[in-house]
Ligand binder design. Sequence first.
Ligand SMILES: NC(=O)c1ccc[n+]([C@@H]2O[C@H](COP(=O)([O-])OP(=O)(O)OC[C@H]3O[C@@H](n4cnc5c(N)ncnc54)[C@H](OP(=O)(O)O)[C@@H]3O)[C@@H](O)[C@H]2O)c1
Length: 244
Amino acid sequence: MKTILILGATSGMAQAAAQQFAQEKFNLILAGRDLEELEALARDLEIRYEVQVRVEAFDALAYDTHPAFFETCAKEGTLAGLVLAYGYMADQKQAQARFAESKRMIEVNYLSAVSILEQAASYFKEQRSGFICVISSVAGDRGRQSNYLYGSSKGALTVYLQGLRNRLNAAGVQVLTVKPGFVDTKMTYGQQGMFLVAKPQQIARDISRAVQKKKHTLYTPSFWALIMLIIKMVPETIFKRLKL
Ligand SMILES: NC(=O)c1ccc[n+]([C@@H]2O[C@H](COP(=O)([O-])OP(=O)(O)OC[C@H]3O[C@@H](n4cnc5c(N)ncnc54)[C@H](OP(=O)(O)O)[C@@H]3O)[C@@H](O)[C@H]2O)c1
């Protein structure tokens, strides 16, 4: 059986994705900071779906540890794919006032992804198969005053993934950029002004289908593709005046 590596496996969307892939009989490596929670998730998945689930410590900001971490994950058997599901969203106003918060978003959402995905890219390129699935955001499609600090970190990630996809295409490696709208997880708990909020399970089903169909970009739920198309079409001279 093939194995999928999930980075940030305690996240709401990652947990749903882990369940989805376990149901499809993939073995899993759950990676993250909270080993106690990861062990509990792993044992639950093993019992419910009769798959093998391993836990590995992973801190996105511990860049120096990334090469050894990836080597450990890849050493026992073939990796069918990777799901990068961690992220950080600070309050926009707080991030405007405190650079440390903006820096943390840029580091967690973008810089660390470059560090770990370059390791993964070499592995999958050599293997000439597999998928790299990364959760970006619709927030990265256009900068808005209410969340441009988070949005720009996701926008950078989206552009990085375009380049990575272009690089790995000839090797038959799929690079899937996932752009969810609002999703009901810890990240958005208590947040004001959300609409059309989706459940993590719906995102997970969409991710699985997009991996199977070898898609490059997934707006999830799918109506966000239309919403973002309209938002991207508004001319900047008008957009800059809007309170968004
Ligand atoms: N929720 C939404 O509405 C929404 C919409 C669009 C995109 N997204 C994106 O979707 C992804 C998943 O989000 P979610 O809502 O499922 O998140 P979540 O439940 O709030 O979980 C965030 C995850 O990121 C992990 N994390 C943060 N900093 C880390 C670090 N330095 N090293 C390793 N892990 C770290 C956390 O680990 P710990 O458990 O150790 O804290 C946690 O597992 C994120 O990239 C997010 O930006 C979310």
